[in-house]
Design a protein around this ligand. Structure first.
Ligand SMILES: Nc1nc2c(c(=O)[nH]1)N[C@H]1C(S)=C(S)[C@@H](COP(=O)(O)O)O[C@H]1N2
Ligand SMILES: [Mo]
Length: 555
């Protein structure tokens, strides 16, 4: 186990580690109906008419002349890599999920409106309850890296391995389509549905249908299940994953609407995880029950016989996958910085030319404003901030300095006079929740033009009155290009009234193409600098320094 220092212990080992799964009764009813109705029909059919007859498929005639024979080497290796990457994605996905352990079908994430939650707690209404407090604990045995508040590292694993998953899938589908192997997975006749149902009736009654030899082809239900996994679940996972990107959704809100909205996309993403997990259980069970040794020789060695080698090598392959989880655990805790940089190196070039170049253009309306907006962050405890707050921030002066020709100190009225701008946008927190609010403030572009950055100024650093999770001033940075984008602003009003203490008074940042932690609240001063390396631990912000978050999180 990992020896934590006190600060990490306090964050990662909360006193309350209970895990509760609560599901909305109506969702439970739907779930039960979806499972029970087919079972009841299958049982009734078998009781009344006996087990249905299933015609032997040509594939079950061993050595049939047409159709794919056996498993070529590219299928056997893509099968292994798919298992490797899929498990990494599922385990890191669980860690990400636990940082906001509630699933909704509405983009407001109003507490109480969730259909599924993994926490025993109800959101208190008599005190501030931040999204960070709401996060839950998960054991590293089932998730990567596990423990509470590990979303940064979990995302590093998720985004590194997703490349492997997508590439493996792409390679596999190309292989299918350029050979005759596609015939294994793609049904070519409508009788497949009748045959699949009849096969299901057999399984539902704990009876094995006549099984074709998988070396030559699959039974109809198996074919449909594999088809759905490859051609429905995998693409849907990828597409709903993208629908959670702030840059993408803020550029094309209609993309998220395809899935019923941003939170529906998150729920579907989770249901796909459940689907993959169920698939793995059923797949492994049936592999074992229909001739383990022979089946393992098929997929590991590509031969159809009864030797032991396939099983032994297959078990070694599974051991490698399990060892990768152990390795990931230790890498996460002993080399988190290396991992963070590896993820940055791999994904940043792709993000810079794709998501980062998208221009936010949201047009939500007032009636879409969320009734509840989850708060986050530590409210400042500094005396000077408290005194200013008591005084309505009349004495507040935003200091803008560093590499600028015209350093300024601006009061809230000065900023209003400079130019006011208004947007209604959707906020995306790294934890998974979202919310829509109206913001009024001074556009960053205007401020930048006003202070005239010197040629070497590439980065804007925003410093807060408040502290970060591990103590020390909360800060974050924006590069000049993103700061100049539309809708990037220093907000002083939220939903038509001055910012309140909880939501970042007197001033907070809005950058709509990125995640919430980039939007520093309770801003005290802004500094123009040459590079992020000169600040803090050099990663670009408090969360980047201490929690290994991304520098430009547009997904
Ligand atoms: N100073 C400071 N600003 C902060 C944070 C913080 O902890 N401290 N949390 C960030 C995170 S993680 C989010 S999601 C948003 C939340 O803004 P809200 O409280 O208005 O929802 O604030 C961001 N700004
Ligand atoms: Mo956040």
């Amino acid at each position: 186990m990992i020896p934590f220092d006190d600060a990490h212990r306090a964050v990662h080992y909360p006193p309350d580690r209970r895990l509760r799964i609560w599901i909305r009764p109506s969702a439970l009813v739907i779930l039960i109906v979806l499972v029970l109705v087919p079972l009841l029909l299958a049982w009734t059919q078998a009781a009344l008419f006996g087990m249905p007859y299933i015609a032997p498929s040509s594939a079950s005639i061993e050595g049939a002349l047409s159709g794919p024979h056996g498993f070529p080497v590219w299928i056997r290796w893509t099968h292994f890599f798919n298992m490797f990457f899929l498990f990494m994605l599922m385990r890191s996905g669980l860690s990400i999920l636990m940082d906001h352990p509630r699933l909704y079908l509405n983009d407001n994430c109003t507490p109480g409106s969730e259909w599924l939650r993994f926490t025993p707690l109800k959101v208190p209404t008599d005190k501030v309850w931040t999204a960070k407090q709401d996060a839950r604990y998960l054991s590293p045995i089932v998730s990567t890296p596990g423990y509470r508040h590990t979303v940064g590292i979990a995302r590093a694993w998720h985004f590194i391995t997703v490349y492997g998953f997508v590439f493996t899938g792409f390679f596999f589908v190309c292989g299918l389509l350029t050979s005759d192997q596609w015939m294994r997975l793609v049904p070519t006749s409508t009788t497949v549905f009748v045959d699949a149902w009849n096969t299901f009736v057999h399984y539902a009654n704990f009876h094995f249908p006549p099984e074709p030899n998988g070396f030559y082809g699959y039974n109809a239900l198996q074919q449909l299940a594999y088809f759905a996994t490859v051609f429905v679940m995998a693409p849907l996972s990828i597409m709903t994953g993208m629908a959670m990107s702030p840059a993408l959704v803020n550029r094309w809100p209609r993309y998220a609407k395809l899935f019923g909205g941003r939170q529906c996309a998150r729920s579907i993403h989770f249901l796909m995880l459940v689907g993959f997990a169920c698939f793995v259980v059923v797949h492994v069970t049936l592999i074992a029950m229909t001739g383990l040794r022979r089946n393992m020789n098929h997929i590991v060695l590509g031969v159809d016989d009864m030797q032991w080698t396939g099983l032994v090598l297959g078990l070694i392959g599974i051991a490698v996958v399990v060892l990768s989880w152990v390795a990931a655990h230790y890498i996460s805790w002993y080399f988190p910085r290396g991992l963070q940089h590896a993820e940055r190196t791999i994904t940043e070039p792709v993000r810079l030319i794709t998501l980062d170049s998208l221009i936010p253009q949201q047009t939500y309306t007032r009636d879409q404003i969320s009734p509840h907006f989850w708060p986050n962050g530590n409210i400042p405890i500094r005396e000077d901030w408290k005194q200013m707050e008591a005084n309505g921030f009349k004495d507040f002066r935003l200091k803008v300095g560093g590499l600028v020709e015209n350093p300024v100190e601006l009061s809230l009225d000065d900023m209003r006079a400079l130019e006011e701008e208004e947007t209604i946008t959707m906020h995306h927190c790294i934890q998974g929740w979202s919310g829509i609010a109206e913001w009024r403030g001074l556009s960053l572009r205007k401020l930048i033009e006003h202070v005239k950055p010197k040629p070497g100024a590439h980065v804007l650093a925003f410093y807060s009155f408040g502290n970060s999770l591990y103590g020390g001033t909360y800060y974050d940075t924006q590069n000049m290009e993103n700061a100049m984008k539309p809708q990037a602003m220093l907000a002083f009003d939220m939903n038509g009234a001055p910012l309140t203490g909880v939501y970042g008074a007197p001033l907070r940042l809005r950058v709509e193409n990125q995640l919430g932690y980039k939007m520093v609240k309770w801003i005290e001063r802004i500094e123009f600098v040459e590079s992020i390396e000169l600040l803090g631990k050099g990663e670009g912000g408090s969360n980047e320094d201490d929690e290994y978050f991304d520098l430009i999180p547009n997904i």
